[in-house]
Write a protein of this length. Sequence first.
Lengths: 125, 486
Amino acid sequence: MKQKPRILVVDDDVDLVAVMKGTLESKAYDVIVAYNGKDGLEKAKKEKPDLILLDIMMPVMDGFNFAEQFSKDPSLVKIPVLALTSFSDSLGQPFPFQVSEYLRKPLKPKDLIAKVEEHLKRQSS
Amino acid sequence: MVLKKIDNVIPKEETTREHTPQERALMLRLGVYVNMRWLIVLMIVFATLISSRVFHIGFSTLPVYIICAIIASYNLVFVRQARSLEVDKVGAVIRRAQTSGNIQIVLDLFMLTALMHFTGGIENPFIFFYLAHTIAASILLPQRRAYALATLAILAITLLVLLEYYGVIPHVNLVGFVLDTRYKDTARVVGVLVALATLVYGCTYVITAVSGELRRRQKEMVRLKDQVLEKRTMELEQASKEIVKLEEERRHFARFLGVVAHDLQSPLVATQSFISYILDGFTGGITDGQRDLLERGVRRIDGLLTLITDLLDIPRIETGQITREMREISLNEVVKRSLEGLDNVAQQKELTLKVEMPESLPKINGASRRLQQVLTNLVSNAINYTNEGIVLVRVSDNENEVRVEVIDSGIGILPEDLPRLFNDFFRGSNVSSKGTGLGLSISKRIVEAHGGKIWAESPDPETKKGSRFTFTLPKKLAAVHEEKRE
């Protein structure tokens, strides 16, 4: 049987991470979490997830920094990244990295699952 | 006047470095003096020829020609020296020129005295040529030096005349010009010497006074120029410091706003996610009553999130955020993107959303997402306030600007509301509005940051129904505007 797809959630909001984790685990995904960009980058390197959900505004290392570091690592660049943005974040700032898609918070659980499935399918095909 | 010509006479591009005005003035004067010497030599030769050949005045001309040759040869040296001065080091010019001037004047003085001796001493009317030295010295040298040389000149001629008077050296008589007893005529000798001395000192006084004044003014001018320059430099430095400070403050403020936005929105976003989690059934089934309340909660949070975004947008726009977001953009793209999703909304209300737009509009300099925000705002307002009919987006352009119109067949705007439409927190009195009242005021700020205009008409002048919102964008963003925003 095929292994469960592994998803890395990087967000500083503990509650939000808990909800996202619960949502995704209910659909039989393997979920790893990180609460800042630095930790997220280390986990991404170690665990090689199939998809990353990345918050843009974070302490320690924000999403921009994360993506910059991330894009330098050839073993990581192929992993799809879904960037989570709040209402007015990142307006006009060019992202230094090709993000698969921008998702605007707040995101309904159903929509989150739909997006994750869509990108995983696209990746495997 | 010699001084007035200074700047014209020595072309700046010929000097290998920039000389100060004093240096240039001194070099010019020295040059004039050296040139004058050629003329004097010629005049002496000419005068000697005339007096011996035409007037048959008897005296030995050979010593005169020898003296002329000596003068001419040392003048050659000074001509070369004057040229070398022009490429001299900064600061050394004045000292060297003055030393050279001193030597030249003293040399000339002795040559003239020798000349006078061989051409009749006191008998010779050219004795008054001592004045020439005085004048040269007064122009070239500082006042005290000029007086010293004047005194030296008087002493030299007095010494010559006295030595001849007392028979220490032989007297040369200008035969046929004056009686050979004149040099022994005490009253005449004293008279000529006193007259000469008076003239020499008088000239020195007048000329040093005038040229000293000129030099003083020149220095003053240079000082004033330096002062003005210094003041300007200080003002510029001050201004650039202030700009740096303002820019720093602006950046600080933008960071602050970023943190505020994040911290205000994060809990709301999280809360909304929790509610959605319940609504989507991840925690088990809920009753219709619970669903209704939770959905109301989600809508209220949505409204609050929009308000926070709008409130934080205003200072962002006003601190020049838009100018930094500006790129060369395609308006066709902007219009297409802003209408994404809105045709669904229009369809739900059974409205027609129509777009009239030239196939390709010229690219303009603008902030793409901000312009999308404006158009989305206008079109969703139009859809909100129209219950049947059509919402038309019409884009056109002329030589200078692009014009975007949003025309609806809706309820229109009350005449008393029209002037206040673009004010902060304004809500129409004939609508039960759900918005923040900031949408149009933000749109106005965005359009104006692009150098454009925005206005509303109701009813629409063509269809006599609903309302029409128009905004224009200049094809070339005025430079002045950009500066103002930066």
